[in-house]
Design a protein around this ligand. Sequence first.
Ligand code: SIN
Length: 193
Amino acid sequence: MSADTISINSQMNHFDSHDSVWLFGYGSIIFKADFPFLQRRPAHIAGWARRFWQGSHDHRGTAEAPGRVVTLVPQEGAICAGMAYLITPEVFAHLDHREKNGYLRVVAEIHFSEEEKTDGLLYIASEENAAFAGPADEEEIAWQIARAAGPSGRNSEYLLLLAQALRELGSDDAHVFAIERHLLRLERETAGR
Ligand code: SIN
């Protein structure tokens, strides 16, 4: 599958007849809401784990030195915390452009609490997309993030803002926090040289 997913996503018309749709964000969509929304609520999805396994050539890296950003991978029993936004369907044109480097819109069940849930959409970069970077040791991931930067800024900023947003949501994401610890140690070592 080509990395640019805009044309595939524009054919995704699942909620087109609806006045509004819930969008679940688990990465930069949590901390960078550069789109209009009607409501915003902390939420989670089940059966998916957040991983820094997607390459970023367009936002937090370059073709020569790609960064790493998060995607979701299926994992039984996993709970992924994030932020849900109620948006109007027109907003997807902007989001499809922003998430074009491999992310596809997927329908998911979004939970606001044990009792309250709704169907909505999220963006997932699956392992079939050309920019998929795949699993790596968390320390190696931190090394790659420490060196990368792109048009949206430093890759380390993405990681630190995400970790901060997850703390604010009360989410204990072992993968993200382990990479953050490695990154902060690397930065301290570099500063001490
Ligand atoms: C998301 O935030 O939901 C998708 C991944 C990203 O843009 O960082």
